[in-house]
Design a protein around this ligand. Structure first.
Ligand SMILES: [Zn+2]
Length: 131
């Protein structure tokens, strides 16, 4: 069975370094100010190669969610949830909701970044319900 360990490129390493420091950063375009995710060599909005790594607010809201009951990865035993979160800065990221789960619909619920680990002990950015 596979695992979901991150595959590092030269563009991913600064992001994972900031996650390890519990201060998640993403690239922000120096020309149009759009935030870039996943990390990459140029802005997907204006194609500028110029960017600066900046800290995220750590806030967002759930755009979609699912609970997996089948095992796909060694380091993710079921059941576990996966959430798509629209960050306050704009990018859509895939994560997990940790802590209490909302009653009813999860869509639109505000969340905040909460750093946690997967079953293999790898530090990852997760989400927790926020007020
Ligand atoms: Zn741009």
């Amino acid at each position: 069975m596979a695992n979901s360990a991150a595959v590092m490129s030269m563009y991913d390493e600064p992001m994972w370094e900031s996650i390890r420091a519990h201060d998640w950063h993403l690239q922000q375009c120096d020309d149009c100010a759009e935030w870039r995710y996943p990390p990459g060599p140029c802005c997907p909005h204006c194609l500028s190669p110029r960017s600066t790594w900046r800290p995220l607010s750590g806030r967002g809201e759930i755009a979609s969610w699912v609970v997996f009951h089948r095992q796909y990865f060694d380091n993710w035993p079921p059941p576990y949830n996966v959430v798509a979160v629209k960050l306050a800065e704009g990018p859509l990221v895939i994560s997990n909701l940790t802590g209490p789960e909302p009653e009813g619909s999860w869509i639109g619920r505000p969340v905040a970044v909460a750093y946690g680990t997967d079953a293999a002990g790898t530090l990852i950015p997760q989400m927790r319900l926020a007020e």
